[in-house]
Design a protein around this ligand. Structure first.
Ligand code: UTP
Length: 300
């Protein structure tokens, strides 16, 4: 029986050019969504899924990431002395539930290249990849990864890829997977027969889009090494996954259920939507935001 998965890699070295000027000196992954930076949600999700060792792939202008995940005993002491339990609870991600490791991708040569830099850290273990600019909103945000890790173990898979249904006219924005037969029910792994990155409009084989969470065996590194750069010179993770599929490796798609939503903050439209939804769902301030939006809606 395969061992429990304890390692995760978070790629966070992209340039975030679609969010300029916000990302001129600040990593996209550290932009706030509600009361927390995006990356803190991702880390909390991994911690809740019992992933104890987290490697963050950073790059130039990304040092604040290390500061955010560094424990700060003086700050904690000051908050304890002030009896500020609420803020202390928001800093619980620092309480040693996981260890953080960092490596730099000096030139952003693509998501696949960023993940390949995790090879030494991962060694011969199965591991999780969670994109640093994408959030999972659900009653239990760690549930998808937990189920995907169980499926990975049971099926002795090489890769399990989270997918979500997207409107067909938006498929060109995503990595789209192909499967044999009917669309699977949520939470049931289904063998993938192909994967394509951003298919031209009208050519997408399905409306199942890759949703920023993956479980891999170390075989992905060999596939990444064999993957040629695309026309922008980037090594794409989808191309490496396609190599695995064509080699006959067991690669599965795992469909998120309708109440498990993936939010990607890659452009301003999706960033604003994400911010609004998370602010509305905020347990402390949500009711105020709701009141404000309702009043505002009359003016629109
Ligand atoms: P994206 O391709 O959406 O991010 O990568 P980007 O390249 O930063 O965005 P634009 O196109 O310039 O606006 C998804 C995730 O993969 C990471 C990003 O940091 C993001 O979290 N990534 C991407 C890397 O770590 N390295 C890369 O070379 C590319």
């Amino acid at each position: 029986m395969a061992q429990q998965i304890t390692k995760a890699v978070i790629p966070a070295a992209g340039l975030g050019t679609r969010l300029l000027p916000s990302t001129k000196s600040q990593p996209k992954e550290m932009l706030p969504v509600g009361r927390k930076p995006i990356l803190q949600y991702v880390v909390e999700e991994l911690q809740a899924a019992a992933l104890r060792q987290i490697l963050i792939i950073t790059g130039r202008r990304k040092r604040v990431i290390e500061d955010h995940f560094d424990s700060d005993p003086q700050l904690v002491l000051a908050l304890e002395q002030a009896g500020n339990e609420t803020v202390l609870a928001d800093l619980a991600y620092l309480e040693g539930k996981s260890r953080f490791f960092y490596t730099r991708q000096s030139t952003p040569k693509g998501l696949g290249h960023a993940i390949s830099l995790g090879a030494d850290f991962v060694d011969s273990d199965d591991f999780v990849v969670a994109l640093g600019d994408s959030l999972i909103a659900a009653e239990d945000p760690a549930a998808p990864l937990q189920a995907m890790m169980d499926a990975h173990r049971q099926l002795r898979a090489t890769a399990i890829v989270a997918v979500e249904k997207v409107p067909s006219e938006e498929a060109f924005r995503y990595g789209i997977v192909n499967i044999d037969g009917e669309e699977p029910p949520p939470g049931e792994p289904v063998a993938m027969t192909d994967i394509v990155e951003k298919p031209p409009t009208g050519t997408a084989p399905t409306t199942l889009a890759v949703a920023a969470r993956y479980v891999f065996s170390p075989a992905i590194f060999e596939a990444l090494n064999r993957t040629l750069p695309d026309k922008r010179g980037e090594i794409q993770l989808t191309d490496a996954i396609r190599l695995l599929i064509h080699k006959g490796e067991p690669v599965y798609a795992w469909l998120l259920s309708p109440d498990q939503r993936r939010y990607d903050v890659g452009n301003f439209e999706s960033y604003f939507r994400t911010f609004i939804d998370f602010a509305l769902a905020d347990e402390r301030y949500g009711y105020l935001v709701r009141k404000y939006i309702k009043a505002k809606a009359y003016e629109l």
